[in-house]
Write a protein that binds this ligand. Structure first.
Ligand SMILES: [Zn+2]
Length: 80
């Protein structure tokens, strides 16, 4: 039982550890700088995989609803 609790406590840390870096620095929805604590949405443009960062969870939801459209915007305006 104690061992199970320890494992459960460690899981969120492990999930946070595999941090993905956003391809963009500006939110393609709002034009504001992205929030690095918002998990990027993975999308593909051709054979290129992009991690679309968002400034907030609301924008993230919009990106998630139509990742292909926002992925193109991110590739058109790459991070400086
Ligand atoms: Zn936003």
């Amino acid at each position: 039982m104690i061992r199970f609790l320890l494992l459960a406590a460690l899981l969120p840390v492990a999930a946070f550890g595999e941090d993905v870096k956003a391809t963009n620095t500006v939110c393609p929805v709002s034009g504001k700088p992205i929030d690095v604590t918002v998990k990027p949405v993975e999308a593909k443009v051709g054979d290129q995989t992009v991690q679309i960062g968002a400034c907030c969870t609301k924008c993230r939801a919009k990106i998630e609803a139509d990742p292909a459209t926002f992925a193109k915007k991110v590739v058109a305006a790459p991070a400086k």
